[in-house]
Design a protein around this ligand. Structure first.
Ligand code: NAD
Ligand code: UFG
Length: 336
């Protein structure tokens, strides 16, 4: 299948391009590089030994997407492009809604104009908000406390409405839990700009000596060791989930599914697993809770198993080992 991958140069997008190419699909990456580098796409080609098409463009430019969909005769879209920093979304709500919500509308218009009916969307576990029960099942009520999360809920609703109006459309809403890790080759991985917000890149930067210590945001949660609990999923498992979702979208439908491991791990679990796999000591200090953080959540993965025939197979240790290999081989990420 010919697939347009918006945001395909980014962290999850680049890993998904590897799995799509390995599965025999043809890939067109559409990215404006606001949070990525063309080098990531070149490395996807190195890993797979296959070439892909690269279009530099913005998803808010409907004509540019239409042109790419037509030129490469795309039959499906995997839509990763978006801004993803929760704190920044509070400071710049209009930018986030424009990029993430308006951008998706422009993309859907371009798909409609070119007759492309299949889209896989990057949603997030953040759409569940404060847990009313755990693990989160797909029918858990949705709520959000920041513009980033509200944007994800809005796009899910827009896609559901789009499906009602276009019943022959094929739509998957993939709710990711916490993606970490990197391709086993060590050639591609997460490349945050500035100080990382997320736990794993912060830990690897401490290990390599870029940062003195890890700040653990809260040691007094009602969790087994007092630190926050999340469902970490290896980015390669997540990428394979996209290939499975595409295979499942053979018939018209619109469905949401969790992509997680189904297991909760605390911040201390991650630090210990990282220390064991890397042999590095991670100094840390317990700091006050980070505003907006939830104590604990993890996925119910029953639906992904039964519907997509997919489950995460890579352990927390593998996630740590692969993150560390990527960091060691690329101390400055994709920058030379
Ligand atoms: P990323 O920033 O690494 O990748 C996003 C890519 O989209 C980047 O290459 C960026 O340059 C591109 N992009 C952004 N705005 C664009 C625009 N207007 N036009 C064209 N390209 C644009 O992020 P990621 O971690 O790979 O996340 C991918 C998707 O998954 C995002 O939608 C994100 O919200 C979602 N998601 C991520 C996480 C996570 O923890 N990483 C969790 C849940 C959901
Ligand atoms: N943490 C620290 N220190 C750090 C970074 C994180 O202690 O320097 C802790 C957090 O408090 C949390 C855990 O590590 O308990 C994971 O934090 P991340 O920032 O890595 O991930 P979040 O679960 O907060 O956020 C992720 C995505 C968001 C998404 C959110 C909702 O990064 O985009 O999940 O599911 F909105």
């Amino acid at each position: 299948m010919n697939i347009l991958v918006t945001g395909g140069a980014g962290y999850i997008g680049s890993h998904t391009c590897v799995e799509l190419l390995n599965a025999g699909h043809r890939v067109v990456v559409f990215d404006n590089f606001c949070n990525s580098f063309p080098e990531a796409v070149r490395r996807v080609e190195t890993i797979t030994g296959k070439s892909l098409a690269l279009v530099e463009g913005d998803i808010r430019d409907r004509a540019a997407i239409e042109q790419a969909l037509r030129q490469y005769q795309c039959e499906a879209v995997i839509h990763f492009a978006g801004l993803k920093a929760v704190g920044e979304s509070v400071a710049k709500p209009l930018e986030y809604y424009d990029n993430n919500v308006v951008g998706t509308i422009r993309l859907l218009e371009a798909m409609q104009a070119t007759g492309v009916k299949t889209i896989v969307f990057s949603s997030s576990a953040t759409v569940y908000g404060m847990p009313q029960f755990l693990p989160y099942r797909e029918d858990h009520p949705l709520s959000a406390t920041n513009p980033y999360g509200r944007g994800k809920i809005m796009v899910e609703e827009i896609l559901r409405d789009f499906h009602v109006a276009q019943p022959d459309s094929r739509i998957a809403l993939l709710r990711y839990f916490n993606p970490v890790g990197a391709h086993e080759s060590g050639l591609i991985g997460e490349d945050p700009q500035g100080v990382p917000n997320n736990l794993m890149p912060f830990v690897t930067q401490v290990a390599i000596g870029k940062r003195d210590r890890l700040n653990i945001w809260g040691g007094d949660y009602e969790t087994p060791d007092g630190t926050g609990v999340r469902d970490y999923i290896h980015v390669t498992d997540l990428a394979i989930g996209h290939v499975k979702a595409l295979e499942y979208l053979q018939k018209p439908q619109c469905f949401a599914v969790n992509l997680g491991s189904g297991q909760g791990h605390s911040v201390f679990d991650v630090v210990k697993a990282f220390e064991q796999t890397s042999g590095k000591n991670i100094p840390y200090k317990i700091e006050p809770r980070r505003p907006g953080d939830l104590p604990a959540y993890y996925a119910d993965v029953t639906l992904a198993k039964s519907v997509l025939d997919w489950e995460a197979t890579r352990s927390l240790k593998t996630m740590c080992a692969d993150s560390w290999r990527w960091q060691m081989n690329n101390p400055n990420g994709f920058r030379a």
